[in-house]
Every structure is written in C-alpha cells, then in structure tokens.
Design a protein around this ligand. Structure first.
Ligand SMILES: Cc1cc2nc3c(=O)[nH]c(=O)nc-3n(C[C@H](O)[C@H](O)[C@H](O)COP(=O)(O)OP(=O)(O)OC[C@H]3O[C@@H](n4cnc5c(N)ncnc54)[C@H](O)[C@@H]3O)c2cc1C
Length: 239
C-alpha cells in the first residue's frame, strides 16, 4: 500500500490509520464519528498579585462537573487556559477550517471566565482557538481492521485522545501483527459504538441531546426522559 504526497511517497505492507476527525480512508468507518467543535481562550500572563487573588497555588488541572463543562489550566507562563462549554455540531458533520473560530462562543467563554474569577476583571485574552473533536456515541475510542488485516484504524477518542492515542497505537500494532493480546481481547476493542444516523436525524438527535444537557445543568443535574434513555443504552454526547 502506498501514500503519495507532494513531497514524496511511502510504501508499506501494513498501515495504521490515525486520522482523527477527518473522513476515514476506510469509508464504512465514517458513520461512527461526527465532528464536534470545542473552543478555548488563553489570558495574558497573570501578575503575582492576580495569581494570589484567586488562590490557585499548585497548578492543578481543573474542570467543573456540569454536563456542559469548562476545563481550565495555568500555563507555564502564568496564563489561564479556559475552554469547553459549547459543543458545536455542524449540520452534515463536515470538518471545515471555517469552524475553527467562533466569536459568539469566545464571548460566552469570556463571560463565564469572569463569573468564575471576578477578581480578575480587566484581564485580557491573548489567544482564542477551536478544533473538531472526533466524537463517537460511546465516548471512547473504537478500533478495527480492513483490507484483510493490512489496515488498522483507531478513532472516536471524543476529546480524550492526548493520553489515549498512545494506547490506540498499541492496539493497532497488535491488530496489524494479527496477535491476540490483553488489549485486543478488551470489549472496547472488540465492539463498536452505534453509528450516527444520516441527516437530518443526526442533527435533530444531537440538538435534542444538547438541549436536554443544558436543561439538566439548569435543574440541578436532573436528567429528562431522553437522557435517561440514552444513559440506559450507553449513548452520550459531549465536548
Ligand atoms: C479544542 C480541543 C481541546 C482538546 N482538549 C483535550 C484534552 O484536554 N485532553 C485530551 O485528552 N484530548 C483533548 N482533545 C482531543 C485530542 O486533541 C485528540 O483526541 C488527539 O489529538 C487525537 O490524536 P490523533 O493522533 O488521533 O489525531 P491528530 O493529532 O489530529 O492526528 C491526525 C493526523 O491525521 C492527518 N490526516 C487525517 N486524514 C488524513 C488523510 N486522509 N491523509 C493524510 N493525513 C490525514 C491529519 O492531518 C493529522 O495530522 C482536544 C481537542 C480539541 C480540538
């Protein structure tokens, strides 16, 4: 099998596909993921006084526990990275660079930031960006092979791929070697998530789920019938 690019080509007997949210080269895999866009802001560096005013001493990684949650970190140069909350699904599930920035989400994130850290009023944001997350319906990666075992794939990390893609790569190597290992025997390796339905059903289902999650956050976490049914089926949706 070969890969050809404007810069050169590579030939290989076996191929591991780690193409994240981009349309899989194995077509039947495409229905298992949808792109969900997630956005983040970063502040200018905080002064020692500003840092002391919020009492965040040990650089812990933080997140809140809402369905539509925020994640936040202090960077090495004392900025706060603040992201999450909105999870934007584009109709038709197309990955496009146009979606990498979303001013209305940035405004919302900034408002939430100052609600959390009122002491930092007046602090400015130096960076803002977003990206697509390869969301599958069960929140964790899935795996498989194609072309008589010569191609392996891993996708569907659903926003949790920084550590997990290393595990995913090991799974693909096991699959390509045709070996039965502790990893290949795992249920999460042997089973697939439910695929997403075609449009407009996917749009309607994801919209209803997002609306239900937002309502649950407003109602002390109480989940409506739709979310309870999804929970029972092991289905979910997240940023
Ligand atoms: C805003 C945001 C915040 C996130 N926060 C976290 C977090 O806090 N913690 C966490 O664990 N994860 C987080 N994630 C998810 C994490 O970044 C991903 O799960 C992880 O980077 C996936 O790694 P990967 O190797 O599978 O894919 P990538 O690193 O995206 O690599 C895939 C590569 O495949 C290439 N490619 C795709 N299709 C083709 C093709 N047809 N031909 C050639 N090349 C192709 C792409 O160009 C790309 O270089 C976040 C993602 C986003 C967008």
């Amino acid at each position: 099998m070969g890969v050809r690019t404007p810069y050169g080509k590579v030939l290989a007997r076996r191929v591991a596909l780690g193409t994240n949210v981009f349309p899989s080269l194995v077509k039947r895999v495409r229905a298992y993921t949808v792109p969900v866009y997630d956005y983040a802001l970063t502040t200018e560096p905080l002064s020692p006084e500003q840092l002391a005013s919020i009492g965040w001493k040990n650089r812990q990684g933080l997140g809140d526990s809402a369905n539509q949650f925020h994640y936040f970190r202090i960077t090495a140069d004392h900025r706060i990275l603040w992201g999450g909350y909105d999870a934007i699904y584009p109709f038709g599930g197309k990955v496009s660079a146009d979606m990498d920035h979303r001013p209305e989400t940035y405004l919302k994130l900034a408002e939430h930031f100052f609600r959390c850290f009122p002491q930092l009023e007046g602090l400015r944001f130096s960076h803002a960006w977003g990206g697509a997350i390869d969301t599958c319906s069960r929140f964790s990666a899935f795996f498989g092979t194609a072309h008589k075992g010569k191609v392996a794939y891993a996708a569907g990390f659903t926003g949790l791929g920084v550590g997990a893609t290393r595990f995913g790569a090991d799974v693909m190597l096991d699959l390509l070697a045709g070996e039965r290992t502790e990893r290949t025997e795992l249920d999460m390796v042997r089973s697939k998530p439910l695929p997403f339905p075609p449009e407009p059903v996917a749009w309607a289902g994801i919209g209803l789920t997002k609306w239900s999650l937002a309502r649950a956050d407003e109602n002390g976490g109480r989940r409506n019938l739709w979310l309870k049914t999804m929970d029972r089926l092991g289905l979910g949706f997240d940023s």
